[in-house]
Design a protein around this ligand. Structure first.
Ligand code: CP3
Length: 346
């Protein structure tokens, strides 16, 4: 991993910029985490959010999948709710449940009580990104943040939600509170990404995992301007920006227009259709994460179809269509990585 090569010249960054590459780059959302025995060993007795605030653990956990798979990019080990925790919001990540917020946000006063984020809130992020970029050499590090809608859902619901009913009730019924909340989270996400890029991250991904709960019109009116602000503020730093959500077949064009260089596509949308939707932008995706449980030849056949479809895009970064499922066999991901990296078209 150590080396003098420049991550800005890596296949991942080039593909994200739509430049010619020797192979399609590959990394996996949630590549660091519970599918790796070496991760589970490190996390024994350490709470998730404690691990996310320890520069040494962040560095080691981020490097684990890079060592094991030789993927074309590392993703910073953290969580979308970490910046909220860092500014003092009372929340926890409950194993098997997800983020849980002690006092859900419902009023303007609740929003006003959340501090804005500065680099001083997250010294361990700066430290971990610096040590990671030194260790990674030419392998790029992807920084990330949760997008305003997805983070708002956790803050307003108080925990994970299927239908995001309270969140959308605020969006439809209390526009002043909604606007204040979205501005607050957008500012935090933007600052969090800027800290990561300033310390050496070569790309960023904005996770709007739950945006698929919205109609295109509601997304465009109530959400997109805030995500667009985050992407614009990071755009000045010159790193490629990936914008990802789940169930977003009807939103892919808008997610691109929000200011993404690369639009992340979940596995439900055929990649060719996604490419037609996003126009002259790169795409990332989109193998069904359950295909790693299929026989290897079935998995690689489907991966080949995605690699072929990706040729029509301005650029293509191979990934799963959502995060690695915890029960995934790491050896199967190693085979998938090897398959994608050695795949050549005529
Ligand atoms: O991708 C990576 O390898 C980097 C690490 C990463 C984590 N969370 C670590 C994590 C990333 C990029 C995230 C983002 C995140 N967190 C999202 C957006 C991505 C997506 O999956 O849609 C969301 C929605 C969250 C909120 C969250 N945090 C959920 C839903 C959960 C799972 C709860 C569970 O236990 O089933 C978490 C916890 C979490 N984040 C874990 C990890 C490795 C598992 C906790 C553990 O290992 O103890």
């Amino acid at each position: 991993m150590r080396g003098v090569s420049d991550p800005r010249q890596s296949v991942f960054v080039k593909a994200a910029r739509g430049e010619a590459v020797s192979h399609t780059p590959v990394w996996f959302m949630r590549q660091a985490g519970r599918s790796l025995p070496e991760y589970l060993r490190l996390r024994e007795g350490v709470a998730m959010l404690d691990a996310c605030q320890d520069a040494e653990l962040i560095t080691e956990i981020t490097l684990q999948p890079v060592r094991r798979y030789g993927v074309d990019a590392a993703i910073f080990f953290s969580d979308i709710v970490l910046p909220l925790k860092a500014v003092g919001v009372d929340l926890d990540i409950k194993p098997g449940v997800g983020p849980v917020v002690a006092e859900p946000v419902r009023t303007l006063a609740d929003v006003a009580a959340i501090p804005d984020l500065t680099a001083d809130h997250v010294p361990f992020i700066t430290e971990a990104v610096r040590s990671l970029t030194a260790e990674l050499g030419g392998t790029p590090l992807i920084g990330f943040a949760g997008a305003p809608f997805t983070v708002a859902s956790y803050l307003v619901e108080g925990g994970p939600s299927k239908d995001h009913a309270r969140t959308k009730a605020m969006m439809f019924g209390a526009p002043d509170v909604w606007d204040a909340l979205m501005r607050k989270i957008a500012g935090i996400a933007s600052a969090f990404l800027q800290v990561q890029v300033a310390a050496g991250a070569s790309a960023v991904q904005l996770f709007d995992s739950w945006a698929g709960a919205l109609t295109p019109a509601d997304y465009a009116t109530h959400v997109m301007p805030h995500s667009a602000r985050v992407l614009a503020e990071v755009g000045h730093l010159g790193v490629p920006r990936i914008h990802f959500g789940v169930g977003t077949a009807n939103l892919l064009d808008l997610m691109g227009e929000a200011g993404a260089d690369v639009v992340g596509v979940d596995w439900r949308t055929p990649l060719s259709r996604a490419i037609a939707s996003v126009g002259d932008r790169a795409v990332q995706g989109n193998l069904d994460p359950t295909l790693v449980f299929a026989p290897t030849e079935v998995m690689t056949q489907r991966a080949a179809e995605i690699l072929e479809a990706g040729r029509e895009a301005r650029g293509h970064v191979f990934n799963l269509g959502h995060g690695v499922i915890p029960a995934t066999d790491p050896d199967q991901l190693a085979r998938l990585t090897e398959f994608v990296q050695s795949y050549r078209w005529d």
